[in-house]
Design a protein around this ligand. Sequence first.
Ligand code: NAD
Ligand code: MG
Length: 394
Amino acid sequence: MKGICVLGATGSIGVSTLDVVKRHSDLYKVIALTANTNIDTLFEQCIEFKPEVAVVVNEQKAGEFKAKIAGTAIADLRVLVGAEALVEVATLNNVDSVMAAIVGAAGLLSALAAAKAGKTILLANKESLVMLGDIFMQAIQESGAKLLPIDSEHNAIFQCMPAGYIAGQDAPVARRILLTASGGPFRTTPVEELHNVTVDQAVAHPKWSMGRKISVDSATMMNKGLELIEACLLFNMQPDQIQVVIHPQSIIHSMVDYVDGSVLAQMGNPDMRIPIAHAMAWPERFDSGVAPLDIFAVKHMDFELASLERFPCLRLAIEAIKAGGIMPTVLNAANEIAVEAFLDEKIRFTDIPVIIEKSMAEFSATVADTLEHILEADSQAREQAQTMIKALTT
Ligand code: NAD
Ligand code: MG
């Protein structure tokens, strides 16, 4: 029986994780669940999974949550408040596996703490890996933690790597990664119409059901940019060894090209329970609850090159990883601020890359060798992006 802590339990990945846990309650026991503000979902999850601890990051919501559980079946539940509690539950002794599914840089310190504590990390939060880079991978190595990618593409690549492959290792027989992308909702929208895109259109992903932030990232293809950076770290590859491939059917979730010319692909229905179940059962396999792939319904598969003119965010991410140092952190921070402003309808969809590019131009790629340096770059880049947004909107 393994103890699991689900960071970001109330989000899209968190909910899918608990759906898989429910199918394997003989193998997994929920130790801790965390939420930021969504206490109604957290309450229902606590009633169903009876964790030992629940974390509510938002202080006001935590008060409401405590009032809500009084007199119910979970009245004795230990409730922790605030961001520090995320680190506490991610490192509890009886936690073996940590699902890192908080969105954005808010997931960084808890993911890093789990890495340092030697846990099995099921990593969905790509932003923490993008920001921390080698620091995260080194923490994994030093503690002996196991790192299993949840992002569907990286989970697919992991499955296609040589037998016994461990994240972060060199695999010289794998010469290239083909990182697939659906192309998002605006793959064929005329470029001159993109500035009129609404929030509802941007978050309506054609193939995947996901949280709002990553849905916007998919529409700009910043998601693929972050994933390219993520892949460089997870599979120890250079940016030029990673080819982004638009594959609108989203059946192949990525491929590995070997030195002998063999190309291995992982396929399946677009449902995050597949990578989640893969990582939870690894190195075995178990049922995810996902219907078998109907290959005859797929009929055909298309592959297209991603245009860096249509998707400037992808270009910016490639520039950031090539520049190295703090630049991926700056890219990520400016993107988080710009996406939030877009979701709040303060800026246009096409302003997102402009804000990121202008913010990046204010920084040079100094080395990112300490957590403090990275956090400082993160907060400076957020400030810079806010300034750019103000300049645009006033
Ligand atoms: P979501 O918005 O649905 O859920 C986010 C979760 O994070 C919620 O539980 C929320 O309570 C928590 N959270 C938000 N802000 C917080 C804060 N400041 N402090 C603590 N907790 C906070 O997001 P999601 O779609 O589930 O994505 C989660 C992560 O997984 C992201 O990093 C995303 O890039 C990655 N990911 C998601 C998918 C997907 O299919 N949804 C696929 C691949 C990777
Ligand atoms: Mg992905």
